[in-house]
Design a protein around this ligand. Sequence first.
Ligand code: WQD
Length: 342
Amino acid sequence: MFPHKILVTGGLGFIGSHTVVELQQAGYEVIILDDLSNSQLFILDRIKAITGIAPKFYQLNMLEEDKLHQLFLQEENIAAVIHFAAHKAVGESVAEPIKYFHNNLYALINLLRCMEQFGANNLVFSSSATVYGDPDELPIRETTVFKKAMSAYGSTKQMGEEIIEKTCAAKPINAIALRYFNPVGAHNSGLIGELPLGIPNNLMPYITQTAAGIRKQLLVYGNDYDTPDGTCIRDYIHVVDLAKAHVKSCDRLISKNNSEKYETYNIGTGKGYSVMEIINAFEAFNHLQLNYSISARRPGDAKAMYADVSKAGKHLGWKASLGLQDMVTSAWYWQQQLSNAH
Ligand code: WQD
């Protein structure tokens, strides 16, 4: 029996590369498609260094429909596609909405067209908790009603889910959308991790770059929220746990165990930590002092977001297993490896 072949778009990115490692270690054959607009080619060698297997790689922009078509012509029997490739900088999307709608939605539409044409009928979609907006209820359930997205990026995830749901209703395609909460950390080898381009928007890479002396000081965006310590609460999830949720999703679709043609799952730990709790854990577990100060709130931030993850436990057979210590120590170890290598 040949191993099932999985096409991973954006497979050299932060979550993509960790997912490729877990897929290979679960026995899948992996093909990576990436345009290298927000990733680096050396990650391909790092994946091979971890698993011993070099995934086949296509450097390709999914807006080039003919090239995407060529890939599907060449690669027969794709058992499932995991679609990560998208622009994902929330702040940039507010300034450049057309760039985000064009790239994120056309790439998805081109992919769905090829999947239908070539009979690749299983899709795992990289969605985000951002689809919920600033929630009225906590914990957030998959049935929690979407609020208006806070950014064009968030809109592309809401619209992406809508496009996929309607396609599944009309075509032989089945899909699972995974709504990530806050992915952090890195593979324990220190060989792959987050590679933010420019000044990081997200908390954890800003913390690790501050600790590494790349950034002068971390600004904590507000400590006057209605939370126990006044700072915002998020559901941080280790990227390796998140990667494993994608493997479980492929398993479910390929074995036709999905109960709906389109399913959605919250992927988090179900536990929220505040910004200060993350900072304190980073300092304590890595035995260092972080230079930070309290500043004004960041517009658009929700006070608190954390997931009800019971559905993924029940239907995907998936549950996060890595805790806060793994998150902050693996993130720091990766940053140190990066600093040594460059
Ligand atoms: C977390 C907390 C900030 C930076 C975003 C996207 C979401 C997903 C994950 C893609 C907040 C605070 C941050 C800093 C700070 N990405 N913070 N100083 O905003 O919850 O989610 O990333 O899918 O779609 O919206 O993550 O890491 O930016 O912020 O105090 O320098 O850290 O205010 O409370 P966020 P984040």
